[in-house]
Write a protein that binds this ligand. Structure first.
Ligand code: APR
Length: 391
């Protein structure tokens, strides 16, 4: 006989571990199956911001302290245009709703620790995880453990929280999903360096291209540099990286620190509709990916997990899960595209053309001249309310 639980959660990233904790706090049984080991999952560095809305969600489940605390509150955002700095007080513009800097690996570590301390059932190294009977009343999930032992769980619901490359979305029969993919045609070279944190999170647009600098603790920074299509920044000597950063940030005195990590990010977006099939619900990156502009990826995962948890806990709203989450997903996709276009078009006009550069500079300028425009921007940065869609 398969072991029983209410929800099998596939994947222990931000989506899966948020959902697991929400359910645990309300006494709903769940089992989390994660194919990697604990060290891998807890060490994966990606997103870094919990928006205000996500903070409220954690607070609703009493997880604000154990999970979301400690990160300094993000206050001013500096946008530097051709070397000229301007500051936006994003939390104030959003009506006093600050976001927090909480690196993804720290959030995931805390979510895992809290769940396990509460007696949660989290199984690392679960291989060949396969959902079955998703269209029926009692789905099953099978997997193999590291010693080759075969296991089967039966449940009421399967939560597919296994990221873009996971098995959940692939288990949905062909023809049941409509997918939307978009390549923004923009690449970033990101480097982690032993370089003092900037005073404020910093984005710079200039004719040399887009660059950004964010704190990673007091003595380290993560830098982002747009690169031209066809270029391979992994071949750049470090001295070239530093000279590009100085040019783009308009800061001749930026010290060159040791570069401890390098990555290339291609800006892509993806959405799968609907975000459910039978008794399986897709949560987070399993259903959608978004560009890093606006820092909404992890927050979307947390917000999806919240909608699903509430519907399961309340026994009401599962039919609307997909429509509710897609409404916010498309809203954030639009925001992220708008933001991406603005800061990249405003730079090197050999990529976007001089007309689009002028449009993008006008958009940027509007943020500093028009309080309603700035408030709309800040509202999305803080995260929008999760309103329930009608079926
Ligand atoms: N079986 C079990 N676990 C799996 C499987 C599988 N077949 N495939 C993937 N996983 C696990 C991965 O190892 C990972 O730990 O699912 C987890 C998915 O986590 P994420 O990819 O981080 O996705 P999600 O939880 O939706 O979080 C999305 O994280 O990285 C960011 O930009 C992303 O900020 C966004 C957020």
């Amino acid at each position: 006989m398969p072991a029983d639980t209410t929800v099998v959660i596939i994947g222990a990233g931000p989506a899966g571990m948020s959902l697991a904790n929400f359910l645990q706090r309300r006494g709903v049984s769940c089992v989390v199956l994660e194919m990697r080991d604990r060290a891998y999952v807890e060490g994966r560095q990606r997103a870094g911001v919990i928006d205000h809305r996500a903070g409220e969600i954690f607070a609703e489940f009493g997880l604000d302290g154990p999970v979301a605390a400690g990160g300094p509150v993000e206050t001013l955002l500096e946008i530097r245009t051709d070397g000229v700095p301007r500051l936006l007080d994003v939390p104030a513009l959003a009506g006093g709703r600050p976001s927090r800097l909480v690196p993804q690996q720290m959030l995931v570590q805390r979510l895992i620790g809290t769940f396990l301390d509460g007696g949660g059932d989290l199984r690392f190294g679960a291989l060949d995880v396969t959902p079955h009977d998703l269209g029926g009343d009692r789905p099953r999930v099978t997997y193999r453990d590291a010693d080759g032992g075969e296991h089967e769980l039966s449940c009421d619901y399967v939560a597919g929280c296994d990221g873009f490359h996971g098995v959940s979305r692939r288990s949905i029969p062909e023809g049941e999903l409509t997918t939307y993919s978009f390549d923004h045609g923009i690449g970033w070279y990101t480097v982690l360096a032993d370089s003092p944190a900037p005073r404020y999170p910093l984005m710079a647009v200039s004719r040399h291209g887009f660059a950004a600098q964010f704190a990673r603790g007091p003595r380290a920074s993560r830098f982002y540099l747009q690169y031209r299509p066809g270029d391979d920044p992994r071949q750049w000597p470090d001295e070239h990286t530093w000279s590009q950063l100085r040019l783009r940030l308009g800061d001749e005195s930026l010290p060159a620190g040791a570069i401890t990590g390098r990555e290339v990010v291609e800006m892509r977006s993806f959405v799968a509709e609907p975000m459910s099939y039978g008794r399986m619900f897709l949560v987070g990156d399993a259903a959608h990916i978004i560009t890093p502009m606006g820092a909404k990826g992890m927050n979307l995962a947390i917000a999806d997990a919240y909608v699903l948890a509430r519907a399961i806990i309340d026994g009401d709203g599962l039919d609307e899960y997909s429509a509710t989450c897609l409404r916010r997903t498309w809203d954030y996709q639009e925001f992220s595209r708008w933001y991406t276009e603005m800061v990249h078009d405003a730079g090197d006009d050999s990529v976007s053309g001089p007309f689009r550069r002028r449009l993008a500079l006008a958009r940027l300028d509007r943020l500093f001249r028009s309080p309603p425009a700035a408030a709309a921007f800040a509202d999305l940065m803080a995260g929008t309310e999760v309103s329930r869609a009608s079926p």
